[in-house]
Design a protein around this ligand. Structure first.
Ligand code: ATP
Length: 271
């Protein structure tokens, strides 16, 4: 079976649930620059939701509003029924929101294993002092965390590089380690910032497969932003399209592909 058939089959068997994230009338500006204007959309449990748009459309700003890095001047973010006019990165993390970064935020000199371990920090009960004074329980906790990290390493098929410093890996593999670090948080909602950017076709296909597998096997809800319409359309349940900070389309990949405003926005730029 070809990979695209497998992807389509997997997309149709997925069970989409209730709304877990709702963005209501979000407006964000930086001085005179309106990055987002009155944007509303929602994300349902277990879906893969893409936010696409040309350069400068407001995608990164949107992701930063969702996880509390930016506070919008107007609008609200509701996460699992709780509404916030001000989300903070810490609150988002505690509520199970994890993200990957466009410019990888990994420790290049540290091993793959240790980098993924950093994703467990929030889950570690014993702080530094507890670890120093109660060695027994801290050691047991450390072992449990390492076991979880090993399952992620197996899942992402990076066993061969467990001890390799991340800086020595190819870009595609580094992106996979960054995904592993986010998965180590056991997120309910995973935000992916241009997960395929800078990848070759094969790496893009591998990443698509892993995103679908994360969604299927861990039940994780995924919001991803992409510049490129390509692969994302094959793996997403629904797509929001932004252009110059405004929402110009929202629907299934087929609906979005036929939307005249979307076609116009994408014809105007090189992709
Ligand atoms: N911290 C900031 N300070 C000032 N202006 C900003 C800031 N962040 C974003 N902007 C502006 O807001 C607009 C939207 O930018 P944003 O990075 O969200 O777009 P994007 O769709 O993610 O673009 P790209 O695909 O190039 O990453 C742009 O005009 C950008 O210059």
């Amino acid at each position: 079976m070809s990979m695209m058939n497998e992807i389509e089959q997997s997309a149709t068997t997925r069970q989409i649930g209730d709304v877990i994230l709702e963005l209501q009338n979000i407006s964000l500006s930086f001085g005179g620059v309106k990055a987002l204007t009155d944007i509303s959309f929602n994300v349902r449990e277990h879906e893969i939701r893409a936010i696409i748009g040309p350069n400068g459309a407001g995608k990164s700003s949107m992701l930063n509003v969702i996880n509390g890095v930016y506070t919008p001047q107007q609008g609200h973010v509701s996460l699992e029924g709780a509404t916030f006019s001000r989300m903070t990165p810490r609150r988002a993390a505690e509520m199970g929101v994890a993200r990957t970064f466009q410019n990888l935020a990994l420790f290049k000199g540290m091993s793959v294993l240790d980098n993924i371990m950093t994703g467990r920090n929030l889950r570690m009960k014993s702080g530094v002092f507890a670890q120093a004074f109660r060695m027994g329980s801290a050691e047991r906790e450390e072992i449990a965390h390492r076991e979880y990290v090993e399952t992620i390493i197996d899942f992402l098929e990076i066993q061969a590089y467990r001890k390799t410093p991340v800086g020595r890996l190819s870009y595609g593999l580094q992106k996979r380690v960054d995904l592993g670090r986010a998965l180590a948080m056991e997120p309910r909602l995973l935000l992916l910032d241009e997960p395929m950017a800078g990848m070759n076709i094969e790496e893009k296909q591998d990443m698509s497969r892993f995103i679908l597998d994360v969604n299927d096997e861990f039940g994780t809800t995924i919001v991803l932003i992409e510049h490129d319409m390509g692969v994302v359309m094959d793996i997403s349940d629904r797509v929001v399209v932004l252009d110059y900070g405004k929402k110009i389309g929202d629907g299934t990949p087929d609906e979005v592909r036929q939307n005249a405003d979307v076609i116009r926005a994408y014809l105007g730029v090189a992709h």
